[in-house]
Design a protein around this ligand. Sequence first.
Ligand SMILES: Nc1nc2c(ncn2[C@@H]2O[C@H](COP(=O)(O)OP(=O)(O)OP(=O)(O)O)[C@@H](O)[C@H]2O)c(=O)[nH]1
Ligand SMILES: [Mg+2]
Length: 289
Amino acid sequence: MRAKYLFSSRRTGRIGNMTRERAKYPEVARKIVDTSDIILEVLDARFYEETRNKKLEEEIERQKKKIIYVLNKSDLATKGKLEQIKANLYPYAIVSCAKRTGIKKLRDLIKITAKRIEKKEKREIKKNKIVISESEKIKVGIIGYPNTGKSSLINILSGRSGAGVGSEAGFTKNVQKIRLSEDVVLTDSPGVIPEDEYSSFDKEKITRSTIFGGKSYSQIKEPELMIGELFKRYKIILEKFYQLKAENAEEFVEKVGIKKNFLKKGGFVNEDKTAREILRAWQKGEIKN
Ligand SMILES: Nc1nc2c(ncn2[C@@H]2O[C@H](COP(=O)(O)OP(=O)(O)OP(=O)(O)O)[C@@H](O)[C@H]2O)c(=O)[nH]1
Ligand SMILES: [Mg+2]
């Protein structure tokens, strides 16, 4: 399945297969909610509002399951963002899988939450006596926007490298189960863009997914379009990062291209290459917002 995916999206630039694959994912995420006792919603701390899936959160609430907001990539987030998170989300754990910070607090939070869940006890008859057997395992499911670090987190929590990690959004294609401790089981899942934000043709939606990391810079078709929106939202940050001033997005791409010497025949700036490079630096967090 992966080879097919790589072929269609990376080699030919088409996203047809990705769309088909993705269509299944909301179902997968919903199933995780149905079958878990505790759900970790992994968010990108830089874009914690934009990477939330409110529909799934409502479903978690409706089913009276426990949610823990895990704010990952905190190494890339500003202090201001972290303060906002503390004021707006509960319960939360601010972590960085890259720097391995906040993990102990998250573990403790999972443990505390697990203790609060009434354990279903199984009664068995052994040697003509009714005995209460070991309580059922607590199931912890992981859901979240693509590329927020769900697989990285599961690997750190489990102390193993069972879950595949990839720099491209949409890396995890199926559900993976990993045991956290004797009585806690963790389940990884593919990233899901909220249904009302997902589209394979609506340019505005694709642009937003790209800015928030849900679509990789290497997979999108028209990177210059994305820069238009990025520049509109983050002009000052972009200008500061590249040490230049621009009136609009086109001028910005032009100037960055010249600065990086990304030129085509005749000395014209290679806009596609330049725009993609800007998006790469943005998605990798080299440009901090
Ligand atoms: N800077 C930074 N990068 C991180 C952090 N955690 C994960 N990453 C990077 O983010 C990228 C995505 O990580 P994954 O763990 O594959 O993310 P995922 O949520 O499982 O992605 P999908 O399966 O595609 O939905 C990788 O390049 C990771 O190295 C973090 O705390 N800080
Ligand atoms: Mg993954």
